[in-house]
Design a protein around this ligand. Structure first.
Ligand code: GUN
Ligand code: ZN
Length: 447
């Protein structure tokens, strides 16, 4: 009856709730087992002694000394920008014009797109990221290329064709009509095919006409279970521009709301400069924010107010936003998120009210919190029995410094904090997707 099940023995951690909302937010077994069935789904977790005595004759894979957590979820990333990480000197709008648009031009060539998609998926795996919400480019071929690469690994990817019909170079523009038709074709081709899911993806308000945003709303009406993925309130110059382009709107979020784009499975990247009423509106519509600390620091966009999002009950997931973001690593992203939240103290008259970001919360935002933001917590983000067994094996001794420092960390929280402060892709010893061990093309520090 247990045939084909595999018991992964290690320290095992996953979340059952939000650490800033509940006392009992996680389960942790220092000598634990994650039991995965032949169907690639979680059968059980618990103390090794209990799980192994309840399930005899299972194959045991010994990862003692390591930490197993659910696969990381990247709530916002641009795969075509893999090749332009680390482009110097500009803030958002100039950065888009100078670096991003010329780069994205090349993705009308399917072979080119395939090559970058392969590198991108490989980077995700190396960094322990097993699900991502991804922006492609305006070209339908770019979406096919990504979903095809992800399917090779049975990876759960949400992605969509960028819709943009103004304020970008001609070579990147579609029209309201073609963006509607192309998105529809892609939804029919990819949504729910294997683990693929589709996101209707207007780039951001400035690059869509009202006609195009109307079409985006129409797609959401016609396909209620697809995603909506865009950018919101990232940069002050951007926000002022939105007000000029949509003079009758009451604010940036209101533009999207007025086209029916806010609802469950709507994910807004950034939300750095949101007003209280905008946070409240996001909570009311069930929309989510992707918090992208490395990007917000790199482009000098500002400091996301996680505490305000929490206060209003807005769902938040952690995102890398590569290539404005500077790392594919969820651990690096958590490390920078901590610094963003710390910096709030320097820019407020009431520093005592600003609380530091705990490691538990950061790991939550990169696993179960992101799964909730993406409305996928019934399938991924935790080791609930029946969930898809996407998981990572982290090695707290991966580098000399980590080993040296980890040896002095006593509590779970301290160990996690050290991991997120010093860890990176070297810390990710293995990545499993639906119970299947993944190989990476150019592995560094792997067994
Ligand atoms: N806003 C519109 N497009 C983009 C993009 O590609 N990256 C970021 N960070 N913000 C955007
Ligand atoms: Zn982005």
């Amino acid at each position: 009856q247990q045939q084909g099940s595999v018991a992964y023995r290690a320290a095992v951690l996953h979340f059952t709730g939000d650490p800033s909302a509940t006392q009992q937010s996680y389960e942790y077994y220092e000598d634990g087992v994650l039991l995965v069935g032949a169907d690639g789904k979680v059968k059980a977790i618990g103390p090794a002694s209990t799980v192994l005595s309840n399930h005899q004759n299972v194959q045991v894979v010994d990862y003692r000394g390591r930490l197993i957590v659910p696969g990381f979820i990247d709530s916002h990333v641009h795969y075509p920008q893999t090749e332009m990480i680390g482009s110097f000197g500009e803030q958002l709008l100039e950065w888009l014009n100078t670096y991003t648009f010329p780069t994205e031009k090349q993705f009308g060539n399917k072979d080119y797109a395939k090559g970058v998609a392969k590198t991108f998926v490989n980077e995700l795996v190396k960094n322990g990221t097993t699900t991502a919400l991804v922006m492609a480019t305006v070209h339908p071929e770019s979406v096919d290329a990504l979903f095809e690469e992800a399917a090779k690994r049975n990876m759960r990817i949400i992605a969509g064709k960028v819709m943009m019909d103004r304020n970008a170079p001609d070579y990147l523009l579609d029209t309201a009509q073609t963006s509607y038709a192309d998105s529809k074709t892609l939804i029919n081709r990819w949504h729910k095919r294997g683990r693929a899911l589709y996101a209707v993806t207007p780039r951001f308000a400035p690059t869509s006409t009202p006609e195009q945003l109307t079409m985006a709303g129409k797609l959401l009406q016609e396909y209620p279970d697809v995603y909506m993925h865009t950018h919101l309130s990232e940069n002050k110059g951007e926000i002022a521009w939105v007000q000029e382009l949509f003079p009758s709107s009451t604010g940036y979020l209101n533009v999207y709301d007025s086209f029916g784009l806010s609802r469950k499975r709507s994910v807004y990247a950034h939300g750095v400069h949101l007003r209280d009423d905008e946070f409240a509106s996001l909570a009311k519509t069930g929309s989510a924010i992707a918090f992208c600390p490395t990007s917000n620091l790199f482009l000098g966009s500002g400091l996301f107010d996680l505490q305000a999002a929490e206060k209003h009950g807005v769902k938040v997931g952690m995102g890398t936003d590569v290539g404005a973001g500077t790392s594919f690593s969820a651990l690096r992203t958590m490390g920078e998120a901590y610094k963003v939240i710390q910096l709030h103290k320097a820019f407020t008259d009431t520093p005592a009210e600003k609380k530091p970001l705990t490691a538990l919360k950061s790991f939550y935002l990169s696993t179960l919190g992101a799964a909730k933001a993406l409305d996928l917590d019934d399938r991924i983000g935790s080791f609930k029995a029946g969930n898809e067994a996407d998981f990572v094996v982290l090695n707290p001794n991966a580098t000399e410094l980590l080993k040296f420092r980890s040896a002095r960390a006593t509590t779970l929280e301290e160990k996690l904090f050290v991991l997120q402060t010093l860890g990176d892709d070297r810390t990710v010893e293995r990545t499993y997707i639906m119970g299947k061990r993944q190989d990476v093309a150019a592995s560094g520090n792997k067994r």
